[in-house]
Design a protein around this ligand. Structure first.
Ligand code: DAK
Length: 272
């Protein structure tokens, strides 16, 4: 069933040509477009609920192997919706517990590639940093300007940005609210790649398609293990990685992948 949303657009794109063989699974990437153009994709609660529903649907859909999350050329997202938040009090904002929706993004098992152009500010930058790979356009700008509104980042910005940029750069960006250009973000390791504005989305889709052709269980366990390293202490991450590594040796994809290498042919992964 195709869902119709108010604030996002979704689509599936096939990876490669269909082989026509019955035992070859259909392989797609899922694409989600943030779509509130009049407010630079400001992230209100309704949009976030729709986004998380779409991501969870793609995560459940076996034909989808990787997800691309994008906005428009002008804005990935200029932040959480300030108009929606402006009248909140400490008690009202806590009782609404809007972070519960954001937290569900952490449970998406498939890789999410952010294709970012224009503004990625505040919650927009935090949403981007929850993704697994980031392809930026030359016009992208990244920042946590919450300090200018008399607040601080609330959806992980102080933690994720500090882990990526280190204490001093993160402190500068969060305390001044000054944005980074795409080139600066690339130099600092905040994004994987910078592409011309005409190409960033295609580059992100191409990378998603490359990943989609791999063994889906290996991709899932690799993502889980990398996140473990990002989220916790080293010793715990190493143990976790080892468990996932052992587990893959009971998959057909491991047998096929290694056999194909020895037979000097391309592996056909079935996800089993
Ligand atoms: N919220 C609501 N509307 C926004 C918006 C935002 N974050 N950003 C832009 N808009 C709206 C503008 O109000 C304007 O609407 P109209 O006035 O035309 O009705 C329209 O988008 C076009 O914006 P501008 O006219 O301002 O366009 P410019 O090109 O002149 O400027 C700009 C672009 C991105 C520099 C500027 O719009 C701007 O500074 N925007 C605000 C950026 C910002 O401060 N972002 C951080 C927001 S605080 C939470 C989760 C997350 C967060 C909080 C809680 N929970 C789950 C509880 C995160 C907080 C934030 O992100």
């Amino acid at each position: 069933m195709t869902m119709t949303y108010k604030n996002i657009l979704t689509a599936k794109e096939a990876v490669g040509a269909k082989s026509g063989k019955a035992d070859q699974p259909e392989i797609n990437i899922g694409v989600v477009n943030l779509h509130r153009p009049t407010v630079l994709n400001a992230l209100n609660h309704e949009l976030m609920e729709e986004l998380v529903t779409a991501l969870e649907d793609f995560d459940r859909d076996d034909s989808v192997r990787a997800i691309v999350l994008t906005g428009s050329d002008r804005a990935f997202a200029a932040g959480a919706d300030i108009k929606e938040m402006s009248d909140e009090t400490t008690v009202s904002i806590m009782l609404k517990d809007r972070f519960a929706t954001w937290d569900r993004i952490k449970n998406i098992k498939k890789p999410i590639i952010a294709a970012v152009s224009g503004f990625a500010l505040g919650g927009g930058c935090e949403l981007m940093m929850m993704c697994d790979i980031i392809i930026a356009s030359e016009t992208a700008q990244f920042g946590q300007p919450e300090i200018n509104l008399g607040v601080i980042p609330g959806a992980g910005g102080t933690q994720r940005m500090t882990r990526v940029l280190g204490k001093y750069k993160a402190m500068e960006l969060i305390l001044t609210g000054r944005p980074l250009t795409a080139r600066e973000a690339l130099e600092m390791g905040l994004v994987n790649k910078v592409a011309p504005v005409e190409l960033y989305l295609e580059e992100a889709k191409a990378m998603a398609k490359e990943i989609a052709a791999k063994s889906p269980i290996a991709v899932k366990l690799a993502k889980e293990a990398v996140l473990k390293s990002f989220d916790g202490p080293l010793q715990e991450g190493l143990q976790f990685e080892r468990k996932n590594f052992y587990m893959l040796f009971s998959s057909e994809d491991q047998k096929e992948g290694m056999k194909a290498f020895m037979e000097k042919r391309k592996a056909t992964f079935t996800g089993k």
